[in-house]
Ligand binder design. Structure first.
Ligand code: NAD
Length: 540
Protein backbone atom coordinates (compact mmCIF):
# COMPACT_ATOMS: atom_id res chain seq x y z
CA UNK A 1 0.00 0.00 0.00
CA UNK A 2 1.51 3.31 -0.96
CA UNK A 3 1.57 6.08 1.58
CA UNK A 4 0.07 9.43 0.99
CA UNK A 5 1.69 12.73 1.61
CA UNK A 6 -0.47 12.75 4.74
CA UNK A 7 -2.25 15.92 5.74
CA UNK A 8 -1.73 18.15 2.81
CA UNK A 9 -4.65 20.42 3.72
CA UNK A 10 -7.58 21.44 1.61
CA UNK A 11 -6.76 21.48 -2.04
CA UNK A 12 -8.04 23.92 -4.60
CA UNK A 13 -10.35 21.38 -6.15
CA UNK A 14 -13.71 22.87 -5.39
CA UNK A 15 -15.72 26.00 -4.96
CA UNK A 16 -16.34 25.69 -1.25
CA UNK A 17 -15.03 28.90 0.32
CA UNK A 18 -12.11 28.09 2.58
CA UNK A 19 -11.38 30.51 5.40
CA UNK A 20 -7.88 31.91 4.73
CA UNK A 21 -7.47 32.91 8.41
CA UNK A 22 -8.02 29.37 9.60
CA UNK A 23 -4.68 28.00 8.55
CA UNK A 24 -4.62 24.63 10.24
CA UNK A 25 -2.71 22.20 8.09
CA UNK A 26 -4.99 19.36 7.13
CA UNK A 27 -8.15 20.92 8.52
CA UNK A 28 -11.22 21.64 6.48
CA UNK A 29 -12.12 25.17 7.40
CA UNK A 30 -15.14 26.80 5.79
CA UNK A 31 -16.18 30.40 6.02
CA UNK A 32 -18.51 30.97 8.99
CA UNK A 33 -21.11 32.65 6.75
CA UNK A 34 -21.20 29.64 4.48
CA UNK A 35 -21.81 27.30 7.41
CA UNK A 36 -24.38 29.66 8.95
CA UNK A 37 -26.38 29.85 5.72
CA UNK A 38 -26.61 26.07 5.82
CA UNK A 39 -27.27 25.57 9.53
CA UNK A 40 -29.97 28.31 9.54
CA UNK A 41 -32.11 25.78 7.69
CA UNK A 42 -32.31 23.52 10.75
CA UNK A 43 -35.58 23.82 12.64
CA UNK A 44 -34.10 24.58 16.04
CA UNK A 45 -35.21 26.68 19.01
CA UNK A 46 -33.15 25.00 21.72
CA UNK A 47 -30.15 27.34 21.69
CA UNK A 48 -28.06 24.18 21.99
CA UNK A 49 -25.47 23.01 19.51
CA UNK A 50 -22.84 20.33 18.96
CA UNK A 51 -19.48 20.65 17.27
CA UNK A 52 -18.63 18.24 14.47
CA UNK A 53 -15.11 17.22 13.48
CA UNK A 54 -13.46 16.34 10.18
CA UNK A 55 -12.64 12.63 10.45
CA UNK A 56 -9.58 12.84 8.23
CA UNK A 57 -7.84 15.24 10.59
CA UNK A 58 -9.79 15.32 13.84
CA UNK A 59 -10.10 19.13 13.48
CA UNK A 60 -13.36 20.95 14.36
CA UNK A 61 -15.58 21.44 11.35
CA UNK A 62 -18.88 23.10 12.27
CA UNK A 63 -21.21 23.99 15.12
CA UNK A 64 -24.62 22.43 14.48
CA UNK A 65 -27.77 23.80 16.22
CA UNK A 66 -29.86 21.02 17.76
CA UNK A 67 -33.59 20.42 17.47
CA UNK A 68 -35.91 19.41 20.29
CA UNK A 69 -38.91 17.08 20.06
CA UNK A 70 -41.10 20.21 19.80
CA UNK A 71 -38.97 21.46 16.92
CA UNK A 72 -39.63 18.18 15.13
CA UNK A 73 -43.38 18.64 15.69
CA UNK A 74 -43.10 22.20 14.35
CA UNK A 75 -41.18 20.97 11.29
CA UNK A 76 -43.86 18.37 10.62
CA UNK A 77 -46.62 21.01 10.98
CA UNK A 78 -44.83 23.30 8.51
CA UNK A 79 -44.37 20.43 6.10
CA UNK A 80 -48.00 19.38 6.39
CA UNK A 81 -49.23 22.89 5.62
CA UNK A 82 -46.87 23.29 2.66
CA UNK A 83 -47.78 19.86 1.29
CA UNK A 84 -51.40 20.81 0.75
CA UNK A 85 -50.49 23.53 -1.75
CA UNK A 86 -47.64 21.47 -3.19
CA UNK A 87 -49.93 18.55 -4.06
CA UNK A 88 -52.02 20.96 -6.18
CA UNK A 89 -49.07 21.91 -8.42
CA UNK A 90 -48.78 20.20 -11.79
CA UNK A 91 -46.63 17.12 -12.23
CA UNK A 92 -44.84 18.81 -15.12
CA UNK A 93 -43.89 21.69 -12.87
CA UNK A 94 -42.49 19.36 -10.20
CA UNK A 95 -40.60 17.33 -12.80
CA UNK A 96 -39.08 20.50 -14.30
CA UNK A 97 -37.73 21.40 -10.85
CA UNK A 98 -36.12 17.97 -10.59
CA UNK A 99 -34.41 18.52 -13.94
CA UNK A 100 -33.11 21.87 -12.66
CA UNK A 101 -31.76 20.02 -9.62
CA UNK A 102 -30.03 17.56 -11.97
CA UNK A 103 -28.11 20.38 -13.64
CA UNK A 104 -27.39 22.20 -10.39
CA UNK A 105 -25.92 19.08 -8.82
CA UNK A 106 -23.64 18.52 -11.81
CA UNK A 107 -22.64 22.21 -11.89
CA UNK A 108 -21.91 22.30 -8.16
CA UNK A 109 -20.33 18.84 -7.86
CA UNK A 110 -16.99 20.20 -6.60
CA UNK A 111 -18.67 22.04 -3.74
CA UNK A 112 -20.73 18.94 -2.95
CA UNK A 113 -17.70 16.65 -2.98
CA UNK A 114 -15.67 19.04 -0.80
CA UNK A 115 -18.31 19.07 1.88
CA UNK A 116 -18.84 15.29 1.70
CA UNK A 117 -15.09 14.62 2.00
CA UNK A 118 -14.83 17.04 4.89
CA UNK A 119 -17.61 15.44 6.89
CA UNK A 120 -16.86 11.79 6.12
CA UNK A 121 -13.12 11.61 5.37
CA UNK A 122 -13.81 9.60 2.23
CA UNK A 123 -11.70 9.74 -0.94
CA UNK A 124 -12.90 12.20 -3.56
CA UNK A 125 -13.54 9.50 -6.13
CA UNK A 126 -15.94 7.85 -3.70
CA UNK A 127 -17.59 11.19 -2.95
CA UNK A 128 -18.18 11.63 -6.70
CA UNK A 129 -20.60 8.67 -6.65
CA UNK A 130 -23.01 10.82 -4.63
CA UNK A 131 -23.75 13.78 -6.95
CA UNK A 132 -23.70 11.25 -9.77
CA UNK A 133 -26.36 9.13 -8.07
CA UNK A 134 -28.54 12.14 -7.27
CA UNK A 135 -28.33 13.51 -10.81
CA UNK A 136 -29.30 10.08 -12.17
CA UNK A 137 -32.18 9.80 -9.69
CA UNK A 138 -33.48 13.32 -10.39
CA UNK A 139 -33.43 12.82 -14.16
CA UNK A 140 -34.94 9.34 -14.02
CA UNK A 141 -37.93 10.38 -11.91
CA UNK A 142 -38.45 13.65 -13.80
CA UNK A 143 -38.53 11.82 -17.14
CA UNK A 144 -40.75 8.98 -15.91
CA UNK A 145 -43.08 11.05 -13.72
CA UNK A 146 -46.17 10.55 -15.87
CA UNK A 147 -45.50 6.83 -16.31
CA UNK A 148 -45.51 6.31 -12.53
CA UNK A 149 -48.05 8.86 -11.37
CA UNK A 150 -50.72 9.38 -14.03
CA UNK A 151 -54.05 7.67 -13.33
CA UNK A 152 -53.94 4.12 -14.72
CA UNK A 153 -56.79 2.37 -16.50
CA UNK A 154 -57.64 -1.07 -15.06
CA UNK A 155 -60.09 -3.71 -16.22
CA UNK A 156 -63.66 -2.87 -15.24
CA UNK A 157 -65.90 -5.78 -14.30
CA UNK A 158 -68.39 -5.27 -17.16
CA UNK A 159 -66.55 -4.57 -20.42
CA UNK A 160 -67.55 -1.20 -21.86
CA UNK A 161 -69.82 -0.37 -18.94
CA UNK A 162 -67.51 -0.30 -15.91
CA UNK A 163 -64.58 2.08 -16.22
CA UNK A 164 -61.96 1.52 -13.51
CA UNK A 165 -58.86 3.57 -12.87
CA UNK A 166 -56.25 3.89 -10.16
CA UNK A 167 -54.98 7.19 -8.79
CA UNK A 168 -51.63 7.60 -7.05
CA UNK A 169 -52.43 9.94 -4.18
CA UNK A 170 -49.57 11.42 -2.11
CA UNK A 171 -49.36 10.09 1.46
CA UNK A 172 -48.65 13.53 2.95
CA UNK A 173 -45.55 13.98 5.10
CA UNK A 174 -42.67 11.56 4.65
CA UNK A 175 -40.09 11.27 7.45
CA UNK A 176 -36.60 10.39 6.24
CA UNK A 177 -33.92 9.20 8.67
CA UNK A 178 -30.52 8.91 7.02
CA UNK A 179 -27.03 7.67 7.94
CA UNK A 180 -23.60 9.28 7.53
CA UNK A 181 -21.90 7.01 5.03
CA UNK A 182 -23.33 8.45 1.77
CA UNK A 183 -24.69 11.66 3.26
CA UNK A 184 -25.63 13.51 0.06
CA UNK A 185 -26.97 10.52 -1.79
CA UNK A 186 -28.91 9.03 1.11
CA UNK A 187 -30.24 12.41 2.31
CA UNK A 188 -31.74 13.07 -1.12
CA UNK A 189 -32.27 9.95 -3.22
CA UNK A 190 -35.26 8.67 -1.28
CA UNK A 191 -36.85 12.08 -0.94
CA UNK A 192 -36.82 13.09 -4.61
CA UNK A 193 -39.55 10.63 -5.66
CA UNK A 194 -41.49 11.56 -2.50
CA UNK A 195 -41.71 15.25 -3.40
CA UNK A 196 -42.29 14.51 -7.07
CA UNK A 197 -45.34 12.47 -5.99
CA UNK A 198 -46.70 15.51 -4.09
CA UNK A 199 -45.46 14.80 -0.57
CA UNK A 200 -43.45 16.99 1.78
CA UNK A 201 -40.34 15.65 3.51
CA UNK A 202 -38.99 16.14 7.02
CA UNK A 203 -35.51 14.71 7.24
CA UNK A 204 -33.23 13.85 10.14
CA UNK A 205 -29.76 13.26 8.77
CA UNK A 206 -26.98 11.74 10.85
CA UNK A 207 -25.32 14.16 13.30
CA UNK A 208 -21.91 13.70 11.66
CA UNK A 209 -22.99 14.80 8.21
CA UNK A 210 -25.47 17.63 8.69
CA UNK A 211 -23.71 20.13 6.40
CA UNK A 212 -23.91 17.80 3.42
CA UNK A 213 -27.61 17.15 4.01
CA UNK A 214 -28.24 20.88 4.45
CA UNK A 215 -26.44 21.64 1.20
CA UNK A 216 -28.83 19.18 -0.44
CA UNK A 217 -31.80 21.10 1.04
CA UNK A 218 -30.34 24.38 -0.20
CA UNK A 219 -29.90 23.01 -3.73
CA UNK A 220 -33.52 21.85 -3.72
CA UNK A 221 -34.65 25.36 -2.89
CA UNK A 222 -32.38 26.81 -5.58
CA UNK A 223 -33.96 24.36 -8.03
CA UNK A 224 -37.35 25.89 -7.22
CA UNK A 225 -38.84 23.61 -4.55
CA UNK A 226 -40.61 25.56 -1.78
CA UNK A 227 -38.50 25.66 1.38
CA UNK A 228 -41.05 23.96 3.63
CA UNK A 229 -41.39 21.01 1.29
CA UNK A 230 -38.02 19.83 2.62
CA UNK A 231 -37.36 20.64 6.27
CA UNK A 232 -34.38 19.46 8.26
CA UNK A 233 -34.04 18.66 11.95
CA UNK A 234 -30.84 17.83 13.81
CA UNK A 235 -30.16 15.72 16.87
CA UNK A 236 -29.88 12.19 18.19
CA UNK A 237 -32.06 9.66 16.40
CA UNK A 238 -33.13 8.06 19.65
CA UNK A 239 -34.62 11.38 20.79
CA UNK A 240 -36.01 12.79 17.54
CA UNK A 241 -37.04 9.54 15.86
CA UNK A 242 -40.21 9.10 17.93
CA UNK A 243 -41.81 12.55 17.27
CA UNK A 244 -40.82 12.28 13.61
CA UNK A 245 -42.48 8.87 13.25
CA UNK A 246 -45.52 10.07 15.23
CA UNK A 247 -45.98 12.99 12.83
CA UNK A 248 -45.25 11.27 9.52
CA UNK A 249 -47.52 9.40 7.14
CA UNK A 250 -44.66 7.21 5.91
CA UNK A 251 -41.08 6.67 7.11
CA UNK A 252 -38.05 5.95 5.02
CA UNK A 253 -35.08 4.75 7.05
CA UNK A 254 -31.55 3.91 5.99
CA UNK A 255 -29.17 2.59 8.62
CA UNK A 256 -28.41 -0.42 10.75
CA UNK A 257 -30.65 -3.47 11.06
CA UNK A 258 -30.89 -2.95 14.83
CA UNK A 259 -32.30 0.58 14.45
CA UNK A 260 -34.48 -0.51 11.52
CA UNK A 261 -36.27 -3.00 13.79
CA UNK A 262 -36.99 -0.26 16.35
CA UNK A 263 -38.40 2.00 13.64
CA UNK A 264 -40.49 -0.79 12.10
CA UNK A 265 -42.15 -1.41 15.49
CA UNK A 266 -42.96 2.28 15.95
CA UNK A 267 -44.44 2.47 12.44
CA UNK A 268 -46.46 -0.69 13.08
CA UNK A 269 -47.99 0.92 16.19
CA UNK A 270 -49.27 3.75 14.00
CA UNK A 271 -50.16 1.48 11.07
CA UNK A 272 -48.08 3.57 8.72
CA UNK A 273 -45.82 2.15 6.06
CA UNK A 274 -42.05 2.28 6.10
CA UNK A 275 -39.16 1.28 3.93
CA UNK A 276 -36.01 0.06 5.63
CA UNK A 277 -32.66 -0.01 3.85
CA UNK A 278 -30.42 -1.88 6.26
CA UNK A 279 -27.12 -3.69 6.64
CA UNK A 280 -25.50 -6.46 4.65
CA UNK A 281 -22.74 -9.07 4.60
CA UNK A 282 -22.46 -9.06 0.87
CA UNK A 283 -20.82 -11.86 -1.12
CA UNK A 284 -18.92 -11.94 -4.41
CA UNK A 285 -18.73 -15.20 -6.34
CA UNK A 286 -15.76 -15.44 -8.71
CA UNK A 287 -16.53 -18.39 -10.98
CA UNK A 288 -13.90 -20.54 -12.67
CA UNK A 289 -14.39 -18.85 -16.05
CA UNK A 290 -14.15 -15.29 -14.70
CA UNK A 291 -11.87 -12.74 -16.30
CA UNK A 292 -9.38 -12.71 -13.43
CA UNK A 293 -8.02 -9.22 -13.96
CA UNK A 294 -11.48 -7.72 -14.32
CA UNK A 295 -12.70 -9.56 -11.22
CA UNK A 296 -9.67 -8.48 -9.17
CA UNK A 297 -10.11 -4.83 -10.13
CA UNK A 298 -13.87 -4.99 -9.54
CA UNK A 299 -13.36 -6.66 -6.18
CA UNK A 300 -11.23 -3.73 -5.00
CA UNK A 301 -14.12 -1.34 -5.70
CA UNK A 302 -16.61 -3.81 -4.26
CA UNK A 303 -14.72 -4.10 -0.97
CA UNK A 304 -13.08 -0.74 -0.42
CA UNK A 305 -15.30 1.98 -1.88
CA UNK A 306 -15.77 4.50 0.91
CA UNK A 307 -13.40 2.36 2.99
CA UNK A 308 -16.01 -0.40 3.03
CA UNK A 309 -18.53 1.82 4.81
CA UNK A 310 -21.11 1.10 2.17
CA UNK A 311 -24.22 -0.97 2.63
CA UNK A 312 -23.63 -2.85 -0.64
CA UNK A 313 -19.91 -3.34 0.04
CA UNK A 314 -18.46 -6.84 -0.28
CA UNK A 315 -17.21 -8.52 2.89
CA UNK A 316 -17.16 -12.16 1.72
CA UNK A 317 -15.47 -13.42 -1.42
CA UNK A 318 -15.98 -16.98 -2.72
CA UNK A 319 -13.45 -17.92 -5.40
CA UNK A 320 -13.44 -21.06 -7.56
CA UNK A 321 -10.67 -23.50 -6.75
CA UNK A 322 -9.34 -23.52 -10.32
CA UNK A 323 -8.46 -19.81 -10.27
CA UNK A 324 -8.15 -19.14 -6.54
CA UNK A 325 -4.37 -18.69 -6.37
CA UNK A 326 -4.13 -16.53 -9.50
CA UNK A 327 -7.10 -14.40 -8.49
CA UNK A 328 -5.94 -13.87 -4.90
CA UNK A 329 -2.46 -12.89 -6.10
CA UNK A 330 -3.89 -10.25 -8.46
CA UNK A 331 -6.43 -9.02 -5.92
CA UNK A 332 -3.83 -8.62 -3.19
CA UNK A 333 -1.48 -6.85 -5.63
CA UNK A 334 -4.26 -4.34 -6.43
CA UNK A 335 -4.99 -3.82 -2.73
CA UNK A 336 -1.33 -3.27 -1.89
CA UNK A 337 -1.07 -0.66 -4.65
CA UNK A 338 -3.93 1.42 -3.20
CA UNK A 339 -3.06 4.96 -2.20
CA UNK A 340 -4.52 6.05 1.14
CA UNK A 341 -4.91 9.76 1.55
CA UNK A 342 -6.73 12.48 3.41
CA UNK A 343 -7.49 15.74 1.66
CA UNK A 344 -9.98 17.07 -0.79
CA UNK A 345 -8.08 16.33 -3.99
CA UNK A 346 -8.37 13.51 -6.50
CA UNK A 347 -5.81 10.71 -6.57
CA UNK A 348 -6.61 8.86 -3.35
CA UNK A 349 -7.89 5.28 -3.58
CA UNK A 350 -9.27 5.19 -0.07
CA UNK A 351 -9.82 7.77 2.63
CA UNK A 352 -10.39 7.65 6.34
CA UNK A 353 -13.03 5.83 8.31
CA UNK A 354 -15.66 8.22 9.63
CA UNK A 355 -15.16 8.02 13.37
CA UNK A 356 -13.89 6.33 16.50
CA UNK A 357 -16.75 3.81 16.62
CA UNK A 358 -15.89 2.71 13.11
CA UNK A 359 -12.18 2.20 13.69
CA UNK A 360 -12.92 0.41 16.97
CA UNK A 361 -15.35 -1.96 15.22
CA UNK A 362 -12.98 -2.66 12.33
CA UNK A 363 -9.98 -3.23 14.62
CA UNK A 364 -12.05 -5.51 16.85
CA UNK A 365 -13.11 -7.69 13.90
CA UNK A 366 -9.58 -8.00 12.51
CA UNK A 367 -7.95 -8.58 15.91
CA UNK A 368 -10.53 -11.21 16.82
CA UNK A 369 -10.03 -13.04 13.50
CA UNK A 370 -6.23 -12.96 13.77
CA UNK A 371 -6.31 -14.12 17.40
CA UNK A 372 -8.45 -17.11 16.32
CA UNK A 373 -6.15 -18.09 13.47
CA UNK A 374 -7.06 -16.06 10.34
CA UNK A 375 -4.20 -14.97 8.05
CA UNK A 376 -3.78 -11.38 6.94
CA UNK A 377 -3.03 -11.32 3.20
CA UNK A 378 -3.00 -7.51 3.02
CA UNK A 379 -3.46 -4.61 5.43
CA UNK A 380 -4.56 -5.52 8.94
CA UNK A 381 -3.68 -2.39 10.87
CA UNK A 382 -4.68 1.19 11.67
CA UNK A 383 -2.67 4.05 10.17
CA UNK A 384 -2.58 6.87 12.74
CA UNK A 385 0.27 8.42 10.74
CA UNK A 386 -2.31 9.35 8.08
CA UNK A 387 -5.13 10.52 10.36
CA UNK A 388 -6.94 9.40 13.50
CA UNK A 389 -9.30 6.94 11.79
CA UNK A 390 -7.33 5.51 8.86
CA UNK A 391 -7.28 1.73 8.55
CA UNK A 392 -5.59 -0.25 5.80
CA UNK A 393 -7.68 -2.16 3.28
CA UNK A 394 -7.54 -5.65 4.69
CA UNK A 395 -7.80 -9.09 3.12
CA UNK A 396 -8.23 -12.11 5.41
CA UNK A 397 -7.98 -15.80 4.65
CA UNK A 398 -8.90 -18.71 6.90
CA UNK A 399 -11.88 -16.99 8.50
CA UNK A 400 -14.15 -19.45 10.36
CA UNK A 401 -17.65 -19.27 11.88
CA UNK A 402 -16.30 -18.63 15.40
CA UNK A 403 -14.86 -15.28 14.26
CA UNK A 404 -17.03 -12.14 14.48
CA UNK A 405 -16.21 -11.05 10.92
CA UNK A 406 -17.54 -14.35 9.50
CA UNK A 407 -21.20 -13.36 9.74
CA UNK A 408 -21.44 -9.92 11.39
CA UNK A 409 -21.34 -6.81 9.24
CA UNK A 410 -17.95 -5.10 9.72
CA UNK A 411 -18.94 -2.00 7.73
CA UNK A 412 -15.29 -1.30 7.05
CA UNK A 413 -12.41 -2.18 4.72
CA UNK A 414 -12.18 -5.88 5.59
CA UNK A 415 -12.92 -8.83 3.30
CA UNK A 416 -12.61 -12.57 3.91
CA UNK A 417 -11.63 -14.79 0.98
CA UNK A 418 -12.89 -18.37 0.76
CA UNK A 419 -12.20 -21.15 -1.74
CA UNK A 420 -15.04 -23.20 -3.27
CA UNK A 421 -15.14 -26.38 -5.35
CA UNK A 422 -18.72 -26.50 -6.43
CA UNK A 423 -20.95 -23.61 -7.51
CA UNK A 424 -24.04 -24.90 -5.70
CA UNK A 425 -22.00 -24.97 -2.50
CA UNK A 426 -20.76 -21.41 -3.16
CA UNK A 427 -24.35 -20.20 -3.60
CA UNK A 428 -25.48 -21.87 -0.41
CA UNK A 429 -22.56 -20.36 1.53
CA UNK A 430 -23.32 -16.95 0.01
CA UNK A 431 -26.90 -17.36 1.26
CA UNK A 432 -25.85 -18.12 4.85
CA UNK A 433 -26.62 -15.61 7.59
CA UNK A 434 -29.45 -13.17 8.13
CA UNK A 435 -28.61 -10.56 5.50
CA UNK A 436 -29.57 -10.37 1.82
CA UNK A 437 -28.67 -7.00 0.37
CA UNK A 438 -26.24 -7.19 -2.55
CA UNK A 439 -24.11 -9.77 -4.35
CA UNK A 440 -21.79 -9.93 -7.36
CA UNK A 441 -21.02 -12.77 -9.73
CA UNK A 442 -17.97 -12.72 -12.00
CA UNK A 443 -18.13 -15.04 -15.02
CA UNK A 444 -17.59 -14.83 -18.78
CA UNK A 445 -20.80 -16.85 -19.24
CA UNK A 446 -23.52 -14.24 -18.68
CA UNK A 447 -26.34 -16.73 -19.12
CA UNK A 448 -24.98 -19.01 -16.40
CA UNK A 449 -24.26 -16.03 -14.15
CA UNK A 450 -27.89 -14.87 -14.52
CA UNK A 451 -29.17 -18.32 -13.56
CA UNK A 452 -26.90 -18.35 -10.51
CA UNK A 453 -28.07 -14.82 -9.61
CA UNK A 454 -31.66 -16.09 -9.31
CA UNK A 455 -30.55 -18.48 -6.57
CA UNK A 456 -28.82 -15.81 -4.49
CA UNK A 457 -31.08 -14.40 -1.78
CA UNK A 458 -30.12 -10.76 -2.23
CA UNK A 459 -32.15 -7.78 -3.40
CA UNK A 460 -29.54 -6.82 -6.00
CA UNK A 461 -27.07 -8.99 -7.91
CA UNK A 462 -24.41 -7.44 -10.15
CA UNK A 463 -22.77 -9.49 -12.86
CA UNK A 464 -19.18 -8.56 -13.70
CA UNK A 465 -19.48 -5.37 -11.67
CA UNK A 466 -19.24 -4.51 -7.97
CA UNK A 467 -22.48 -2.70 -7.16
CA UNK A 468 -22.76 0.16 -9.63
CA UNK A 469 -24.64 -1.76 -12.34
CA UNK A 470 -27.73 -2.15 -10.19
CA UNK A 471 -27.31 0.94 -8.02
CA UNK A 472 -26.96 3.33 -10.95
CA UNK A 473 -29.77 1.70 -12.96
CA UNK A 474 -32.41 3.83 -11.31
CA UNK A 475 -35.26 2.07 -13.14
CA UNK A 476 -34.29 -1.13 -11.26
CA UNK A 477 -35.46 -1.45 -7.63
CA UNK A 478 -32.83 -1.54 -4.88
CA UNK A 479 -33.23 -2.94 -1.38
CA UNK A 480 -32.70 -5.90 0.87
CA UNK A 481 -34.17 -9.33 1.40
CA UNK A 482 -34.35 -10.88 4.89
CA UNK A 483 -32.76 -8.66 7.60
CA UNK A 484 -31.31 -6.29 5.02
CA UNK A 485 -34.57 -4.46 4.75
CA UNK A 486 -38.12 -4.00 3.65
CA UNK A 487 -39.36 -2.13 0.61
CA UNK A 488 -37.32 -0.80 -2.30
CA UNK A 489 -35.86 2.49 -3.43
CA UNK A 490 -35.58 3.33 -7.13
CA UNK A 491 -37.84 2.35 -10.03
CA UNK A 492 -41.62 2.31 -9.78
CA UNK A 493 -41.39 0.65 -6.34
CA UNK A 494 -39.30 3.60 -5.10
CA UNK A 495 -42.00 6.16 -5.91
CA UNK A 496 -45.19 4.16 -5.35
CA UNK A 497 -44.20 3.60 -1.71
CA UNK A 498 -45.03 7.29 -1.16
CA UNK A 499 -48.50 7.10 -2.67
CA UNK A 500 -51.78 5.55 -1.70
CA UNK A 501 -53.40 3.70 -4.55
CA UNK A 502 -56.98 4.81 -4.88
CA UNK A 503 -59.38 2.90 -7.14
CA UNK A 504 -62.19 4.85 -8.83
CA UNK A 505 -64.77 2.99 -10.94
CA UNK A 506 -67.76 4.46 -12.76
CA UNK A 507 -70.71 2.37 -13.80
CA UNK A 508 -72.91 2.99 -16.85
CA UNK A 509 -76.26 1.49 -17.98
CA UNK A 510 -76.33 -1.71 -15.90
CA UNK A 511 -76.38 -1.60 -12.13
CA UNK A 512 -75.42 -4.36 -9.68
CA UNK A 513 -78.95 -5.38 -8.80
CA UNK A 514 -81.89 -6.98 -10.60
CA UNK A 515 -83.44 -4.84 -13.31
CA UNK A 516 -85.62 -5.22 -16.43
CA UNK A 517 -88.23 -6.93 -14.21
CA UNK A 518 -85.92 -9.73 -12.96
CA UNK A 519 -86.19 -11.14 -9.46
CA UNK A 520 -83.10 -11.96 -7.34
CA UNK A 521 -83.02 -15.58 -8.49
CA UNK A 522 -83.12 -14.67 -12.16
CA UNK A 523 -80.46 -12.03 -11.59
CA UNK A 524 -78.18 -14.65 -9.97
CA UNK A 525 -78.69 -16.95 -12.98
CA UNK A 526 -77.87 -14.18 -15.47
CA UNK A 527 -74.76 -13.23 -13.53
CA UNK A 528 -73.62 -16.87 -13.31
CA UNK A 529 -74.09 -17.29 -17.06
CA UNK A 530 -72.14 -14.09 -17.72
CA UNK A 531 -69.24 -15.29 -15.57
CA UNK A 532 -69.12 -18.56 -17.53
CA UNK A 533 -69.19 -16.62 -20.78
CA UNK A 534 -66.36 -14.33 -19.68
CA UNK A 535 -64.24 -17.37 -18.79
CA UNK A 536 -64.93 -18.91 -22.22
CA UNK A 537 -63.90 -15.63 -23.85
CA UNK A 538 -60.59 -15.74 -21.90
CA UNK A 539 -61.24 -12.51 -20.02
CA UNK A 540 -59.38 -11.86 -16.73
P1 NAD B 1 -27.72 3.76 12.60
O1 NAD B 1 -28.88 2.84 12.52
O2 NAD B 1 -26.97 3.82 13.86
O3 NAD B 1 -28.15 5.29 12.29
C1 NAD B 1 -28.80 5.66 11.10
C2 NAD B 1 -29.69 6.87 11.39
O4 NAD B 1 -30.69 6.50 12.32
C3 NAD B 1 -28.97 8.07 12.01
O5 NAD B 1 -29.51 9.26 11.45
C4 NAD B 1 -29.32 7.95 13.48
O6 NAD B 1 -29.31 9.19 14.14
C5 NAD B 1 -30.73 7.41 13.40
N1 NAD B 1 -31.16 6.67 14.60
C6 NAD B 1 -30.43 5.95 15.46
N2 NAD B 1 -31.23 5.40 16.42
C7 NAD B 1 -32.50 5.79 16.12
C8 NAD B 1 -33.76 5.54 16.72
N3 NAD B 1 -33.91 4.78 17.81
N4 NAD B 1 -34.85 6.09 16.15
C9 NAD B 1 -34.75 6.84 15.04
N5 NAD B 1 -33.57 7.12 14.43
C10 NAD B 1 -32.46 6.58 14.97
O7 NAD B 1 -26.80 3.36 11.38
P2 NAD B 1 -25.36 3.92 11.02
O8 NAD B 1 -24.35 3.24 11.85
O9 NAD B 1 -25.39 5.39 11.01
O10 NAD B 1 -25.24 3.44 9.49
C11 NAD B 1 -24.58 2.29 9.14
C12 NAD B 1 -25.55 1.19 8.84
O11 NAD B 1 -26.44 1.61 7.81
C13 NAD B 1 -24.90 -0.07 8.31
O12 NAD B 1 -25.48 -1.20 8.89
C14 NAD B 1 -25.18 -0.03 6.83
O13 NAD B 1 -25.15 -1.28 6.21
C15 NAD B 1 -26.52 0.62 6.80
N6 NAD B 1 -26.80 1.25 5.50
C16 NAD B 1 -27.71 0.66 4.68
C17 NAD B 1 -27.97 1.20 3.43
C18 NAD B 1 -28.95 0.55 2.47
O14 NAD B 1 -29.34 1.18 1.50
N7 NAD B 1 -29.38 -0.68 2.71
C19 NAD B 1 -27.29 2.34 3.03
C20 NAD B 1 -26.38 2.91 3.90
C21 NAD B 1 -26.14 2.36 5.15
Amino acid sequence: MTQSSGHSGPQASGELPVDPEHDVAGSYAFEPDYIKALTDRIVSTTGQSVTTYAPATGQPLAVIPQSSEDDVRAAVARARKAQQAWAQTSLDDRAAKLLRLHDLVLDRQDEIMDIICSETGKARKHAFDEPLHIALTARYYARTAHKHLDPERRLGVIPGLTRAEVNHVPKGVVGIIAPWNYPFSLALCDGLPAILAGNAVVTKPDAQTMLTALLGAQLLEEAGFPRDIWTVVAGPGRQLGTPLIEGSDYVCFTGSTATGKVIAKQCADRLIGCSLELGGKNPILVLRDADIERAAEGAVRACFSNAGQLCVSTERMFVADQIYDRFVERFVAHVEAMKLDAGLGWGSDMGSLTGQDQIDAVSAHVDDAVAKGAHVLAGGKARPDLGPYFYEPTVLEGVSPDMACFGDETFGPVVSVYRFHDEADAVSRANEGQYGLNASVYSRDLKRARIIARHIKCGTVNINEAFGATFASIDAPMGGMRESGMGRRQGSEGIHRYTETQAVASQSVLRFSPQFGMDDQKYAKVMTASLRLMNKLGRA
